[in-house]
Unconditional design. Structure first.
Length: 186
């Protein structure tokens, strides 16, 4: 199916392009918003991606699914946008957020393996101390900002950042082992 759609896009079939746009637009805006936390900027980034898709359709080579390609473009455009604003992600919280909220970053593994990883992440979070669990959930489920979490919990912003960094380290260490095990069985 992707091959047919890609051929139509390369031939600049407006109907196929419109269908791809309508099918992916809302989800891509939500995805961009996980990086940018700004609805207008997210919409702008996704529109830029579709403009690039249209302008460069004849030269585009997609080695993964069209969906994975579009999500990768949106992720890269979003990160470039943040860089242009001089926003740094020293804790890699943005990347962690995108991995936890959306599975498109894991497009090279099977659906079964994604389910295993997702369930494993949930189990890891359950092992966190209560305070860390609450901070993690406020940040990644409720999309609170650092200062909002600090205010709600009566702690400093630095404590919030430290707890999120520790949570990320725990998740990363566990996932490295699990991904290695999954790749052995593949």
């Amino acid at each position: 199916m992707d091959i047919i759609v890609l051929k139509e896009l390369q031939n600049q079939n407006k109907s196929a392009y419109k269908n791809v746009f309508n099918h992916f637009y809302k989800a891509l805006v939500l995805y961009a918003n996980n990086f940018l936390f700004d609805q207008q900027a997210s919409e702008d980034v996704v529109q830029e991606v579709f403009i690039l898709l249209w302008e460069n359709a004849k030269n585009i080579e997609i080695n993964v699914s069209l969906k994975a390609y579009l999500y990768a473009m949106v992720r890269n455009k979003s990160l470039n946008y943040l860089k242009s604003l001089k926003i740094t992600d020293d804790l890699n919280v943005i990347e962690l957020n995108s991995m936890l909220v959306l599975e498109e970053d894991l497009d090279l593994i099977s659906e079964e393996e994604k389910t295993i990883l997702y369930n494993h992440i949930l189990k890891i979070i359950e092992t966190f101390p209560k305070g860390m669990q609450q901070i993690f959930k406020l940040k990644f489920i409720e999309n609170y900002k650092y200062y909002e979490i600090a205010h709600q919990m009566g702690i400093s912003v630095n404590t919030v950042k430290t707890q999120l960094k520790r949570a990320k380290v725990k998740i990363s260490e566990s996932l490295v082992i699990l991904i290695a095990l999954l790749s052995i069985h593949s």
